[in-house]
Ligand binder design. Sequence first.
Ligand code: SAH
Ligand code: SF4
Ligand code: F3S
Length: 466
Amino acid sequence: MPAADELQKQKLYAADVAAIMQVRAMGTVPKAFVRTYGCQQNVADGEKIKGMLAEMGFDFTDDENEADFILFNTCAIREHAEDRVYGNIGALKNVKRRHPSVLIAVCGCMMEQERVAERIRTTFPFVNIVFGTHVIHRLPEMMYTAVTDSKRVFLRGHESKEIVEGLPVRRDGNSRAWVTVMYGCDNFCSYCIVPYVRGREKSRHPDAIVEECRALIAEGYKEITLLGQNVNSYGKGLPEKINFSELLRRIDAIDGDYRLRFMTSHPKDATRELFDTIAESRHICHYIHLPCQSGNSRVLKEMNRRYDREKYLELIRYAKEKMPDLSITSDIIVGFPGETYEEFCDTLSLIREVEFTSLFTFIFSSRPGTKAAEMDDPVSYKEKTKWFSELLKVQEEIAASRCAKMVGSSERVLVEERNEKNGLLCGRTESSIIVEFPGGDELIGAFCDVRITEARNWILRGEKIG
Ligand code: SAH
Ligand code: SF4
Ligand code: F3S
């Protein structure tokens, strides 16, 4: 069925579910509890799920105990992430005991794995709806079946070539917004589950993306982050010949007081054109998240990353030459199967050379079904945690010295919230460093010029200018 017809059909289901839920909630507004795990792509999916739930007449709550509908949107990236989800689903058994009419749904990346769906089927019989990453737009239909048939609903797979545009979105914030530009991943890095649970790369039509950004800016959003597992390969398979740099230029051409970011960039597809585009733009932050994963070329080859240490460092050199103020962050995996301590030391030396603003660091987690899960992994977990601590220490020193250098400078900060612990406003610089400073609530959601007065490790403190 074409996407537009499918969406129309779902709207009819949504109206029916709204009527049924209203009766079930006995005149009150039914409430939904939605918890999203994992990356920003999942957060963006969660916002669409909330959009559909709002269309089905739901209000939202942070308290599972007062919810009529509970949904967990899950992540499969590491074993620890999955274990946390299993623990939290298990805990819902008591909620269901107290409120037998509550509907429970579990969706997201974990559900695209057969063994996980099977475990939910057998171990958690109180879960009513299970669905995967390709069918979120069919939530109204699944809800309808669950409430009218009182049967369990399992809907997984069904990857299609078409992207369903036009789903309602209920965004979590009103100053920062996520805009997905592409779905899926074709890279099959040997450690990674994402290509199996998110399917093949599919790019959204550029006009749809530009229009979404234009509407967000008109609504007053101050920061837009474009999302994709590998935004640098944006455009593959579209009828129009377009690459990511061109997409950025089209968005950047929209007038207004806003910032543009994007993630994630894969180094194998990052081009000089990309850095030139950032440097020449009006709105794109001089900031890039460019995961290197390892600083050793043999390990990178085993990871199937398709670049080596030299290519990575060459990119960084070019980028810094173009933008001396460029802020770079990265992801690192410690203890990939077969990695030796000497090879790990190459990662340390790369980190020292690049001087990342911050790092997201992970100990390798074996994901069933991936290539790396079959590789020999002789180094003990305990040993890997030692390497991990060493890495953190090196990065902490780098981040602290970078922050210390910023004392005395003035920075444009997008204020996000108030830190409840110390009462200070809290936001981020263009380089994505956290800044805290005193000020009134009216500044939340606005840009503010701040003079940096103090560096507390990797968090800055300052005062408002003017
Ligand atoms: N598409 C992005 C990464 C998405 S997953 C990219 O290619 O850069 C986010 C991060 O999780 C990865 O960059 C990697 O560092 C980490 N990760 C993915 N699979 C992992 C695994 N099996 N074990 C440990 N870390 C993993
Ligand atoms: Fe995973 Fe690699 Fe795809 Fe990133 S590029 S999502 S690490 S397979
Ligand atoms: Fe996790 Fe899926 Fe994102 S596995 S990291 S939520 S794409």
